[in-house]
Design a protein around this ligand. Structure first.
Ligand code: URP
Ligand code: ZN
Ligand code: ZN
Length: 463
C-alpha cells in the first residue's frame, strides 16, 4: 500500500482550518502536524490549496430502473472519484420475491464487486409492503447497513408504501438502530394531477412540475414526521426541496425529535425554468421531487447553512437523454425520473455555495463529507481528516475557473445537468485510502478497488 505525505496545505474540516502536513500509511491517516519529517512513497506539495476529506455522497442510484430504462452501473464510479467523492451510499432495491439480504447480496455480487472504484455502503429499499420484509429491517445492522428507504410516491408501482407500511417500518427500525429514509410525495395528489394534465393535452416535460407542486411534498413530509413521532423513531427525509417541508423538519427538530433531512445539488442551483426549456430539453431535468422556484431554492440555502438539512447529495441517476428520456416523448409521466450529478456535486456546491458566499468552507465539508458519513454510520472512518481515519484526501484548488460540461464527464451519461454554468474551484487531486486516484478531473486509479464500509447502527450522539 505505501505511504503518502501531503505538505503545507490548508487543512479544512467541519470545525477547523489550519496549515499542516498529513501523513498516511497503509491507507490510514497516521499523523497531522506542522513540518512532518517523513520519508513517504509519495509527497505532494499543497501550498495554497485546501486539503479536505474525500466527499461522501449519501444518495446515488446505479443500475436503477424506470420502465424499460436502466442507468449505468458502478463502472461509472470513476466519475464520482474524479469529482472528489471517495465514498457513495447507493440504494440496493429489494427484488420482488427476495429478502433484503438476498437482494443486497445479489446486488453486491453481480453489480458492484469488480466494478466499484470508490468505497461504499448501501441503503435498502422496500419494494414489497409485506410483513417479512418490514420485519427484516431489524436485521439490517447484521448486514452492516443502517438505513432503509421507503417511497411514499409512485402510486401503483411496487415500491409505493402506504402509511401503515411506513409506520410499521419506523416502529421496527427504531429499536434496531436503523434509520428510515422517506421519499416524501403524496402519491394520490400526483396521480390526480398527472391525469388532469394528460387529459388537457399537457404532455411535455413541464407537466412534471405542474403535477408535483410543492404542497405534494410538504404534505407528505408533515405526514412522515407525524408517523415518526408516533413511532418514537428517527426519520431521515431525502431530497427535500420545499420551504414547507423545511419548516416541518425545523419545527420537529425544535420540539426535540430526531428528524433529519438532506437536499441535493440540483435543487440548490436549478429551477423550474430548466423544466420549461424548449422542445423536449426539459426532460433532462425531470427528477422527483420536481425542481422548484427561486423562493424554495433560497430557503434551501438557509436550511443547509442552519443545519436544518444536514447533507447535500447528488441523487445521481444516470438516465441518458438520447434513449432513456425519450421514453416520455409523448407523455411526461413516462420520462424516467432522475438526473446525473455525482461528478459535479462537490464543484457545484463549492461554486454556488462557498465561492458565492452562501456557506463557509467548514459548512461545505460538514454537508458534503462529514454529516453524510455520520448519517450512515461510517464516521469517523469516512468523512473527516483525523488520526485513524481512512486517508481519503482531496487537494482543492480554489482559483480554478471553468465551465460545467458533459465534455469532461466520466458519468457515462450523454448530458450534464449543469451544462454551460460557470465553475469556480475544483478538486485537483484525490486520494482513496492513500492511493492517488484522480488528477484534475481525470481518473488515474488502478480500477475497481472500492470496498464495502460496514455501517454502525444509528447513534444520536453522532448527529
Ligand atoms: O427522480 C429521482 N429522484 N430519481 C431517483 C429515485 C429517487 O426517488 O430518489
Ligand atoms: Zn426518492
Ligand atoms: Zn434518489
Amino acid at each position: 500500500m505505501g505511504s503518502l505525505l501531503v505538505k503545507n496545505g490548508t487543512v479544512v474540516t467541519s470545525s477547523d482550518e489550519f496549515i499542516a502536513d498529513i501523513y498516511a500509511e497503509d491507507g490510514k491517516i497516521v499523523e497531522i502536524g506542522a513540518n512532518l519529517q517523513k520519508d513517504a512513497d509519495m509527497v505532494v506539495d499543497a501550498t495554497g490549496k485546501y486539503v479536505m476529506p474525500g466527499g461522501v455522497d449519501q444518495h446515488t442510484h446505479f443500475n436503477f430502473k424506470f420502465g424499460d430504462a436502466v442507468v449505468m452501473g458502478w463502472e461509472t464510479t470513476t466519475g464520482a472519484v474524479a469529482g472528489g467523492t471517495t465514498t457513495v451510499i447507493d440504494f440496493a432495491n429489494q427484488e420482488i420475491g427476495k429478502s433484503m439480504k438476498e437482494s443486497v447480496d445479489s446486488y453486491v455480487e453481480n453489480k458492484i464487486e469488480g466494478k466499484a472504484c470508490c468505497d461504499y455502503n448501501l441503503h435498502t429499499v422496500v419494494f414489497e409492503s409485506k410483513d417479512e420484509i418490514i420485519q427484516e429491517i431489524a436485521k439490517l445492522p447484521e448486514y452492516g447497513i443502517s438505513t432503509c428507504k421507503l417511497f411514499m410516491a409512485y402510486k401503483g408501482h411496487p415500491q409505493h408504501c402506504d402509511d401503515d407500511t411506513v409506520l410499521k417500518a419506523l416502529m421496527t427500525a427504531a429499536p434496531a438502530g436503523v434509520t428510515i429514509m422517506t421519499h416524501c410525495e403524496n402519491a394520490e395528489m400526483i396521480d390526480v394531477l398527472q391525469k388532469q394534465c394528460l387529459a388537457k393535452g399537457q404532455t411535455e416535460p413541464f407537466g412534471h412540475a405542474v403535477s408535483r407542486p410543492p404542497i405534494v411534498e410538504t404534505e407528505a413530509t408533515e405526514r412522515a414526521i407525524s408517523l415518526a413521532k408516533l413511532a418514537d423513531a428517527p426519520l431521515y427525509v431525502v431530497h427535500v426541496t420545499t420551504e414547507g417541508a423545511i419548516e416541518a423538519i425545523r419545527r420537529a427538530q425544535l420540539e426535540g425529535y430526531p428528524i433529519y433531512g438532506e437536499t441535493c445539488s440540483h435543487y440548490l442551483t436549478l429551477t423550474t425554468d430548466n423544466l420549461a426549456k424548449p422542445g423536449f430539453e426539459g426532460a433532462k431535468y425531470v427528477c422527483s421531487p420536481a425542481l422548484r422556484g427561486q423562493e424554495d431554492l433560497d430557503a434551501l440555502w438557509v436550511a443547509v447553512n442552519q443545519g436544518v438539512l444536514n447533507a447535500i447529495s447528488s441523487d445521481h441517476c444516470g438516465f441518458n437523454y438520447g434513449v432513456h428520456k425519450q421514453q416520455g416523448k409523448d407523455d411526461f409521466t413516462m420520462i424516467p425520473n432522475g438526473a446525473p450529478g455525482m461528478q459535479d456535486r462537490m464543484q457545484v456546491i463549492w461554486t454556488y455555495g462557498v465561492a458565492a458566499g452562501k456557506i463557509s468552507r467548514q459548512k461545505y465539508v460538514e454537508l458534503c463529507c462529514t454529516n453524510p458519513a455520520k448519517n450512515n454510520g461510517i464516521y469517523p472512518q469516512k468523512g473527516t481528516l483525523s488520526i485513524g481515519s481512512d486517508a481519503d484526501i482531496l487537494i482543492f484548488d480554489p482559483d480554478y475557473e471553468g465551465t460545467f460540461s458533459v465534455e469532461n464527464s466520466l458519468q457515462g451519461v450523454d448530458y450534464n445537468a449543469y451544462e454551460g454554468m460557470a465553475q469556480k474551484g475544483r478538486v485537483e487531486k484525490v486520494f482513496l485510502r492513500g492511493e492517488f486516484v484522480a488528477d484534475c478531473g481525470k481518473y488515474v486509479g488502478s480500477g475497481a478497488c472500492g470496498k464495502f464500509v460496514p455501517a454502525k447502527p444509528f447513534a444520536r450522539a453522532y448527529q
